[in-house]
Write a protein that binds this ligand. Structure first.
Ligand code: ADP
Ligand code: MG
Length: 352
C-alpha cells in the first residue's frame, strides 16, 4: 500500500460525514445563529428570542412561537438531508430559507444540541444530539413552538474551536446576522440577549414587529436597525424590469461612510453578500461619490425563484442570477435616477 492509504475504500461514518458538512455550514457561532433563526422564520414564528453566552461559544438558545416539530419527527429533524421544506427534488423553486436539511445535523455533530418542541397536535418532547450521537425522544414541558439550545459549539472539532475570535468579535458577528434577518422580516419581533454569566442577561438588540404598507414597514424596521438618521437621509427605490423587482432605501451621497459597513442586500428575502450586487452599487454611485466613500443602502431584489440559484454554497449567502446583466442594469439605473432626482430637488430648494 502507498504510505497515505490505510485500508481498502470504505464509506465514512455518518458522524464524520456530518462533521465534514458542518465545516462548511457552521463556520462560527454567528453561522449557527443564522441557521437557527432562519429555521424559526421558516416555521412561521412571530416572536424569536435569541440568547447567547460568551460570544455564542458556550450557549446559543433560540426560542420561537412557530409551528413546532411533531415529536415523532424529532429524529428526522436532526438527520442529515431531511427537510420539510421542499417537495422531493425541486431545487428550482425555493421559497424558504432552508432546503438542504443539514443545519441541525451539522450543529449536533459539532456541539451539544437539544431540541424541545410542541405542535398543535403533539405534546412537547425533546431530543438531544451530542457530538453526532443522537439520544432518544423524551417528554418535555413547553407551551408553544420550539426551543433549540446549542452548547459548547465545536467541542467535537477542537481545530475549529481554535480559530474562533474573541467573545466580543463573535458577538458582533452574531448581532450582524440577527440585524440582517430582522431587516428581511419586519413583521417578526426579535430580541438578542447576552446571557454570559447566567441569569436574565441583557438585551443587546431588539426589533418590535412593524406593520403598514411596504414602505412604512420597511422604514420602521430599517430605522430600528440602521438608525433614524439613515431613514432621514435616504431615498426610496421602487423599480421593475422584466420580472425583477427592486425596492429599498438608498442613502444620499452626503450620508456616505468611509467603509462599506452599512450595505444590506437581500435576494428573495435572503440576506446575501454578492460581488455582482456590490459592483452594481459602486456603478450606481460612481458619479455621486469619490472612490473612498461608501453609500449606506438596504436593497431588496425579488424575482421568480427560477431566475436565481441560491444553492451555490452551503451557507447560502451567495447567489447566481440567470441574467446578471439585467439585475446590474436595473440597480444602476434605478439608483442613479433616484439620486439624481434627490440632488435636483435639494439644489432647486436651495435656489428657491
Ligand atoms: P432545513 O432548514 O434545510 O430543512 P434543518 O436541519 O435546519 O434543515 O432543519 C431540519 C427540519 O427540522 C426542518 O425542515 C424543519 O422541518 C424542522 N425544524 C427545524 N427547526 C425548526 C423550528 N424552529 N420550528 C419548526 N420546525 C423546525
Ligand atoms: Mg434550516
Amino acid at each position: 500500500l502507498a504510505p497515505n492509504i490505510r485500508a481498502s475504500i470504505q464509506p465514512l461514518e455518518e458522524s464524520a460525514i456530518n462533521r465534514i458538512a458542518a465545516g462548511e455550514v457552521v463556520e462560527r457561532p454567528a453561522s449557527a445563529v443564522k441557521e437557527l433563526v432562519e429555521n424559526a422564520i421558516d416555521a412561521g414564528a412571530t416572536r424569536i428570542e435569541i440568547a447567547v453566552a460568551d460570544g455564542g461559544k458556550t450557549v446559543i438558545r433560540i426560542t420561537d412561537d412557530g409551528c413546532g416539530i411533531p415529536s415523532e419527527e424529532l429524529p428526522l429533524a436532526v438527520a442529515r438531508h431531511a427537510t420539510s421544506k421542499i417537495d422531493g427534488s425541486d431545487l428550482l423553486n425555493i421559497h424558504s430559507f432552508g432546503f438542504r436539511g443539514e443545519a441541525l445535523a451539522s450543529l449536533g455533530a459539532v456541539g451539544r444540541l437539544t431540541l424541545t418542541s410542541r405542535t398543535d397536535r403533539t405534546d412537547a418532547a425533546e431530543l438531544s444530539v451530542t457530538g453526532g450521537k443522537t439520544g432518544s425522544v423524551k417528554p418535555a414541558a413547553l407551551s408553544k413552538g420550539t426551543v433549540v439550545t446549542l452548547r459548547d459549539l465545536f467541542f467535537a472539532t477542537p481545530a475549529r474551536l481554535k480559530f474562533l475570535r474573541s467573545d466580543r468579535a463573535e458577538m458582533q458577528a452574531i448581532s450582524d446576522v440577527v440585524k440582517r434577518l430582522a431587516m428581511a422580516e419586519p413583521s417578526i419581533s426579535l430580541t438578542l440577549r447576552d446571557v454570559s454569566g447566567g441569569g436574565e442577561g441583557r438585551v443587546t438588540f431588539r426589533a418590535d414587529a412593524v406593520t403598514g404598507d411596504l414602505f412604512d414597514a420597511l422604514r420602521g424596521r430599517l430605522g430600528q436597525v440602521m438608525g433614524r438618521e439613515f431613514i432621514d437621509n435616504a431615498v426610496p427605490i421602487d423599480a421593475d424590469r422584466e420580472g425583477i423587482h427592486l425596492t429599498g432605501l438608498a442613502g444620499l451621497p452626503t450620508y456616505s461612510r468611509g467603509a462599506a459597513v452599512a450595505q444590506y442586500l437581500f435576494v428573495n428575502g435572503r440576506p446575501v453578500r454578492d460581488k455582482l450586487l456590490i459592483g452594481a452599487l459602486r456603478g450606481a454611485y460612481a458619479d455621486f461619490l469619490s472612490r473612498d466613500r461608501h453609500p449606506a443602502v438596504a436593497l431588496f431584489i425579488d424575482c421568480d425563484p427560477h431566475k436565481v440559484d441560491v444553492n451555490v454554497h452551503p451557507a447560502k449567502s451567495e447567489v447566481r442570477f440567470r441574467e446578471p446583466g439585467l439585475v446590474r442594469g436595473l440597480i444602476v439605473s434605478a439608483l442613479r435616477h433616484a439620486l439624481a432626482e434627490a440632488g435636483h430637488r435639494s439644489s432647486s430648494t436651495i435656489a428657491g
